[in-house]
Structure formats: structure tokens, C-alpha cells
Design a protein around this ligand. Structure first.
Ligand SMILES: Cc1ncc(COP(=O)(O)O)c(C=O)c1O
Length: 383
């Protein structure tokens, strides 16, 4: 199917405000939301059909153990789209990636032990990982998203027992090179540190970058690595609650067995949607990736002409732009001025860690028209 056959038209602002999800429902009606990591595009028609069919069957009960069709669909998708050989028996369902990360920290670490992640970082890492009674160690990235291996080694030497490695990275959109991942794997192995690889944005890697799944990096990466992923970001079904943890070594499999089973808390509609997405969603996904690449270019042009003081590194994956607004002199939280004066809601950089002072995160998973309007509103806010 050609991309032209895929309908990615986005409703107008009033239509978007009818949505009940967090992104739209928490904003006042005149505000254009560019916040929560959800895209505004219509869902893949195959996902919609599978969900409609489930409702028509009155099939909204508990998720059964097993779900072999989903596991087979993901294994095929991973091989076809991500260059990742996954056996179905390596996969364990969890309701969402965050629940998986928290429970893995609880199972792998003793209370008070240290878990590290690179910052800026997906905001829920800060309040939610400590639910596992672990201590957080924050590892600042360079502004362009580069990992400081010396700082990582110092943290490992200081006792970090698990590294949450988000790749492709939210909010910078960086995709790590295989060479960098190999170095991280070697370092973590030499200190006996687990790597929890959050790869939720991987299917949205854009055409000019190559993503290497953690469990394909090396034997060292497989030994103490557990990958987490989901259809939720790539196929826009985050509210449906069905994610996966994947292992590739006996040691990791045994660690996962120590966790309380969470399959009962996985939503049946999430399983049904993910199975349809991974089985039949390729054309939709390619159309979305093409649209995102166009939007990324459009955003670059708009920033150059309208907001030349904002600087950014165009992301290599997904639909999030990490914008350095420090030269605008709007203080630590420029999102406030953009919202109050421009009526466009952006994510405050400070939510992602101290390095986010003076930054905002913009979501370009929308129509070119809404993206243009977001930048127009940002411009209005500062003029
Ligand atoms: C890097 C990253 N990890 C995890 C999540 C949350 O995933 P889930 O809803 O499956 O917990 C997100 C959501 O945006 C994310 O960007």
C-alpha cells in the first residue's frame, strides 16, 4: 500500500479537544497541546478494526496467560522491522514499560541500592523508580545527547547496580551508535550492573538513523540486559496497557521469574491492538515515519525563520524536539510564557532534570498545520 492511501489527517483544535486522553483533556479549550507523547494522527485502520471487533464480540474480560498470537506477532515484527531475533519464550507481558522498570528494580536490587539513568530523562523515572526503594544516580548527557563514559564508569565504581538505558532517547531523540552501546555493555558487564533497555520509541526511528536493539549489541549486553518495549508509542495506544519485557540469557530469565506476575494487569484491548499493530501496521507506521520526517524538516525551517534564537539537534527518532530556549531569556521555565502569552502548551524542560532549565519539549506528531500554528503561537508569546 502506498503512503498516499493512509489517512493521517488530524482534526481541528475543537475536534482534538473532544479527546479524553490527558494530552487534550487537561488543557483549556483555546490551548494547542504539544505536550504528552501521543501523536494526533488517526490510528492504523487495522488497529481500529481489531478493537471494534473486540467490542462487537463483547470481549473485554481478563487477559489470559500465554497470548501466543501477540508474542508471535511481535517476534515477526522485531525480526522484520528492528533486525532483532526474539524467541517468543523470551517475552513476558507487563501492563506498561514503567511498571516493568519498577518491578525489575525491585526484583534485581536490594532496598537502598543504586539505579542510574542519563538526564535529561523521561520525567516519571524520577518519582516512580524510587517506588522500588532504590536510590537514583543521575548521569547528565552533554547538550547534544552524548553519553559521558567516564562518568558512567565512576557511577558503576560507586555501586550502581542497574542502568536504565533509554534508546532512542526521550527527550533528545538521539539514537545511540552500536559502538557506544558496545562500550556501555562492556563497562556494565565488568561491574556486574544490569541494563534495563527502554526501547519504546525504536519502531519510530527515522530513515536517516539506525537503531541497534540492546539484546543484539553483544553477548555481554544479552547476559545482564532486559529490554522493554510496547506498541504504545509507535502505534499510539498508550492507554491500552500492554507492554513486553524481553530477555536473552538464563540469568536474565531467572531474574524475571523472581518478579510477581503482572499479566493479570495487562489490558485485553492492549493485547488485541498490539497484535494487530505488529501484524498489519507496517504501511501505517511507514506513512507516519515519513510524515514525522517531513514535520521535522518543517520545524527546522519554521525555527530558522520565526525563532532563530532557539537551538536544537533534530531528533533521529520519534516525534519529540528538545528545544534550547535559553537565548530567549524567558527564565528556567519558558513553557510558562509560551502557554500564558501564546496559548501553546509545551513540556517544561525542568521536568526532565536540572539540565532542562531553559528548554522545552515540543511534540511534532501532528499535522503540518498544527505544527506551524504551534510555532506561530510561540513566536507570538515573545513578540
Ligand atoms: C522513554 C519512555 N519510557 C517509557 C514511557 C512510558 O511507557 P509506558 O506508558 O509503557 O509506561 C515513555 C512514554 O512516553 C517514554 O517516552
Amino acid at each position: 500500500m502506498s503512503h498516499a492511501a493512509i489517512d493521517l489527517r488530524v482534526p481541528d483544535l475543537a475536534g482534538l479537544h473532544q479527546r479524553r486522553s490527558e494530552k487534550w483533556s487537561v488543557q483549556e479549550p483555546d490551548v494547542l497541546a504539544s505536550t504528552v507523547a501521543e501523536m494526533d494522527f488517526p490510528l492504523a485502520s487495522e488497529v481500529v478494526a481489531a478493537l471494534h471487533a473486540a467490542v462487537d464480540r463483547h470481549d473485554l474480560g481478563y487477559t489470559p496467560p500465554g497470548v501466543t498470537q501477540l508474542l508471535a506477532a511481535f517476534a515477526d515484527f522485531a525480526r522484520r522491522r528492528l533486525g532483532w531475533g526474539v524467541d517468543q519464550d523470551q517475552i513476558t507481558l507487563v501492563p506498561d514499560v514503567m511498571a516493568g522498570l519498577i518491578e525489575l528494580c525491585r526484583a534485581l536490587l536490594e532496598p537502598g541500592q543504586q539505579v542510574a539513568f542519563f538526564t535529561p530523562a523521561y520525567p516519571p523515572f524520577f518519582p516512580e523508580l524510587p517506588q522500588a526503594r532504590v536510590e537514583l544516580v543521575l548521569l547528565p548527557l552533554a547538550t547534544a545527547g552524548a553519553v559521558d563514559l567516564e562518568a558512567l564508569e565512576a557511577a558503576l565504581a560507586g555501586g550502581v547496580r542497574a542502568l536504565v538505558l533509554n534508546n532512542p532517547h526521550n527527550p533528545t531523540g538521539r539514537v545511540m551508535t552500536r559502538a557506544k552501546l558496545e562500550q556501555i555493555a562492556d563497562l556494565c558487564t565488568s561491574y556486574g550492573c544490569w541494563v534495563l533497555a527502554d526501547e519504546i520509541h525504536a519502531p519510530l526511528v527515522l530513515a536517516d538513523a539506525a537503531h541497534t536493539p540492546w539484546l543484539e549489541v553483544s553477548q555481554a549486553a544479552r547476559e545482564r540486559g532486559i529490554a522493554l518495549t510496547s506498541a504504545s508509542k509507535a502505534f499510539n495506544v498508550a492507554g491500552l496497557k500492554a507492554a513486553m519485557m524481553i530477555t536473552a540469557s538464563d540469568r536474565a530469565r531467572q531474574a524475571v521469574r523472581r518478579m510477581p506476575p503482572l499479566t493479570d494487569r495487562v489490558g485485553i484491548l492492549g493485547v488485541i491492538a498490539a497484535e494487530a499493530a505488529f501484524s498489519y501496521g507496517d504501511s501505517w507506521l511507514d506513512a507516519v515515519r515519513a510524515q514525522l520526517a517531513d514535520n521535522r524538516e518543517l520545524l527546522g525551517e519554521l525555527l530558522t525563520t520565526e525563532l532563530p534564537k532557539i537551538t536544537w539537534e533534530p531528533p533521529q527518532a520519534s516525534y519529540l524536539a528538545w528545544l534550547d530556549c535559553r537565548a530567549l531569556a524567558l527564565g528556567d521555565n519558558p513553557a510558562e510564557a509560551f502557554l500564558t502569552r501564546g496559548r501553546v502548551a509545551l513540556s517544561p524542560g525542568l521536568d526532565y532534570g536540572r539540565e532542562g532549565a531553559g528548554f522545552v519539549r515540543l511534540n511534532f506528531g501532528t499535522s503540518p498545520e498544527h505544527l506551524t500554528e504551534s510555532v506561530r503561537r510561540m513566536t507570538r508569546a515573545i513578540s
